[in-house]
Write a protein that binds this ligand. Structure first.
Ligand code: RP5
Length: 169
């Protein structure tokens, strides 16, 4: 694949803290399985604002197309990323104590008009969907990616049918 030959990064997964990493494992696996070139970075909007900005700039120079940003609590990472780039930004609200993600959801989803963040569901399901949503955007201009996405859906449907037949022998 061309993206493997040239040093290109299509998708960035950014997170506010190393403590978010285990919630994002499905997103990383899905991007790998679909052959999407990606990088995973810890860059906090409030603890390392300059590093976040530098990372975005560096990745944009490597052909970045979509940013996935995951954060918990007062989760402004996705919004700050969106402020620094015109690329599509997908926000994952991470569930952390004591509010278990409702705080992160509202912080991520409630962007004032003008700077959009496409927000997925809280936690692990959101991480999975963020990767699949990024892939569907890439698939707009990539027939092979579209085929992989169709197959992914077909496999999922087949699995549900199999499970149904198992409980209805
Ligand atoms: C956010 O604060 C991070 O995204 C993380 O979800 C949360 C807690 O971070 P740690 O205190 O675990 O580093 O910025």
């Amino acid at each position: 694949m061309l993206t493997e030959i040239i040093d290109m990064t299509q998708v960035a997964i950014l997170m506010g803290s190393k403590s978010d990493l285990e919630k994002l494992s499905d997103a990383v696996h899905i991007l790998k399985d679909f052959g999407v070139s990606h990088e995973v970075h810890i860059c906090s909007a409030h603890r390392s604002p300059r590093y976040l900005q530098e990372t975005l700039r560096r990745l944009e120079q490597k052909g970045l197309q979509i940013v996935i940003a995951a954060a918990g609590g007062a989760a402004h990472l996705a919004g700050v990323c969106a402020a620094h780039t015109i690329l599509p930004v997908i926000g994952i609200p991470i569930d952390i104590a004591p509010l278990n993600g409702l705080d992160s959801l509202l912080s991520t989803v409630q962007m004032p008009g003008g700077i959009p963040v496409a927000t997925v569901s809280i936690g692990k399901a959101g991480a999975k969907n963020a990767a699949l949503l990024a892939i569907s955007v890439l698939a707009l201009k990539d027939e092979k990616m579209r085929e992989r996405l169709r197959k992914y859906r077909e496999d999922m449907a087949a699995m549900i049918e199999k499970q149904d037949s198992e409980i209805n022998p």
